[in-house]
Write a protein that binds this ligand. Sequence first.
Ligand code: AFP
Length: 301
Amino acid sequence: MTTLREYLESAGCEAALQDLIMLIGRQAAPIREAFITHQAYVDTENVFGEQQAAMDTWADAWITRVLGESGLIRELASEEQEEVSVFPDSTHEYAVVMDPMDGSSLIQTNLSVGTIIGIFGGGTVMQSGRNLKAALYMLYGPMTTLTLSVGQGVQVFAMDKDGEYRLLHQDMKIPEGKNYGTGGTRPTWVAPHRAFIEAIEEEGAKIRYTGSFVADFHQILTYGGIYCYPALNEKPKGKLRLLYEAIPVGFIAEQAGGRTSDGHQSLLDIVPEEPHQRTPIYVGSPGMIRKVEAAFEGTGK
Ligand code: AFP
């Protein structure tokens, strides 16, 4: 089976981008090893005032160090760091956005969690998703998988017993489907979101929601449906962050023939104004996104 490096070469990826993607992929093994000794919460908070899990801070520090030392990246924006890290000695102009440990509240329950990565060129992270050179997420489940797009569709690799990523699924396409996951709680949803959820429930949609965006999205990528973290009455921008959650996963979704929206426009068309800005997120099958945007049309929400 094709290895990750063989795929990157066949895709014509520039050598330094290949090296960066391979370097990121190699961090799955040490990350998985760290789970058992970093399950709990620590007494620090992230920039959002959210209590950090030990794995949030450990994975953030680990990946930042490895990428910073590589000389391959100029900037790095992380959910766990208030400021964008700059690497003046870098020999390349890649800029990485990351959620180092998405779903960390689930680690002590042994549910699947992941690492989300977006890679820009041009030396700066503050770009729309349209400019991404690559996006990937590593999903730490029964298998360790790496789902990747370099702008030529979506490939899924699984780590074998020797630690090599081998092609598991080629050219993934999001089917139409009836699975849905949504954050927030029914009383807090803005009216158009509630109307959308009630409409798809009437049509037989089934809830699939674990609390890990990466795991829930990977299920949508495979079976179809939609993942939502909507605007809430008290939080009009919802919970998830544009730069390092919506943009990388949204890029992968659209490369797989799916769609994304904030209720009105593709998430890839939103130009970030600050690294930690939030956005309502809808990502999944084209038919589901059409229903979302119809529900929001003309509501001003
Ligand atoms: P954590 O990384 O703090 O566990 O948050 C996970 C997440 O960002 C995303 O992965 C989930 O889909 C969403 O938040 C779950 O949020 P709720 O707990 O509010 O449903």
